[in-house]
Design a protein around this ligand. Structure first.
Ligand SMILES: [Fe+2]
Ligand SMILES: [Fe+2]
Length: 152
């Protein structure tokens, strides 16, 4: 696959973010529905945790090795520091959700993860990626070549 141009790479990252967001939101909505109907919620909780473990946490770890490392300089270093803290927060909340033993705790935990992820994605799309595009000497395309966790 040829190296994507920086704008193409930025678009691919954002499109992958939409997929991750849709996947998480749909599963959280399913958990809400189960809790509202007072039907068993455990399978819906487990489906959210499985999606986080398989897709979202690996995505976060992959970007720490690539995007975040490249942006960890100058003014964007503060942004990277804050976003790394959000990754730690996310991972901790996934473990709490894994242990949620009643539907109210599961819904509260899953909703908090979704809200955290949404504001995190907005920062990545609207702050981090533009900062990287503006940084001289950084080729987003080369940085992400073959990183399927990041560009889908
Ligand atoms: Fe991230
Ligand atoms: Fe991301």
């Amino acid at each position: 696959m040829p190296t994507l141009s920086p704008p193409e790479t930025a678009a691919a990252i954002k499109a992958h973010h939409v997929e991750l967001h849709d996947g998480l939101r749909d599963r959280v909505v399913a958990l809400h529905s189960a809790a509202r109907r007072d039907t068993p919620y455990e399978a819906d909780r487990d489906a959210i945790v499985a999606f986080l473990d398989a897709e979202i946490v690996p995505h976060a770890m992959a970007e720490e090795q690539t995007l975040y490392r490249a942006a960890d300089t100058g003014v964007s270093a503060l942004l990277v520091e804050a976003m790394l803290a959000e990754h730690r927060d996310l991972v901790g909340r996934v473990d709490e959700l894994r242990r949620a033993a009643d539907p109210i705790t599961a819904v509260a935990g899953a909703s908090a993860i979704l809200a955290l992820f949404e504001s995190h994605l907005a920062k990545e799309n609207d702050r981090l990626i533009p900062a990287l595009l503006a940084q001289p000497g950084v080729s987003l395309g080369e940085l992400l070549e073959g990183m399927h966790e990041l560009v889908g």
